[in-house]
Design a protein around this ligand. Structure first.
Ligand SMILES: [Zn+2]
Length: 177
């Protein structure tokens, strides 16, 4: 059981002792003490702020990493089951799904030969609005390829083949909204 009255009494005693010591000092020493206390408080607040900021960033990047990891695992499992399904059923794998439900979400590359290659999975969140005549990726600085420019022109949306960053031209945005 905590005896609050006793603690309060003790605090009062300390406070009175501190007052006697503080008032007993010359004025310039009192000013120095006040300045020192204020400076320490400011420093402490700044330190706490940066510490909290660091912790928040750390948590954010950890969560993002876990999210990407889980997403990768699920995509891998899905692809594995898809392969298994076609292998077991003996059905030919459809090269292209017509009238896909996710038509608005995914932009398929026009060339079939690209299906075999490793394509960087683009994330919708990372799409950036660009001028229709932009030619360089703002993420990695690579020049847009012919295919990217074609896609940007035809679909209004394209992904950098080097880093996977998404781009949307302003013209399409104006049409959609
Ligand atoms: Zn890029």
């Amino acid at each position: 059981m905590v005896n609050w009255e006793q603690i309060a009494e003790q605090a009062l005693v300390y406070w009175e002792e501190f007052n006697a010591w503080f008032l007993g000092m010359p004025i310039y020493a009192q000013v120095l003490v006040i300045v020192g206390v204020v400076a320490s408080l400011v420093l402490a607040v700044i330190l706490v702020y940066y510490a909290l900021k660091g912790v928040v960033y750390l948590i954010y990047y950890i969560l993002k990493g876990i999210y990407l990891l889980i997403e990768g695992i699920f995509v891998g499992i899905y692809k594995l089951f898809e392969e298994l399904y076609y292998a077991i059923s003996g059905k030919p794998k459809p090269v292209k799904a017509p009238s896909d439900k996710e038509c608005c979400e995914q932009v398929e590359p026009p060339q079939q030969s690209y299906d075999e290659q490793e394509i960087i999975m683009p994330s919708q969140k990372e799409i950036q609005i660009v001028q229709p005549d932009a030619v360089y990726c703002s993420e990695c600085g690579s020049q847009y390829t012919e295919i990217m420019l074609e896609q940007l022109k035809e679909n209004g949306i394209a992904y950098c083949v080097f880093c996977g960053k998404g781009y949307k031209s302003i013209e399409v945005k104006a049409e959609q909204y």
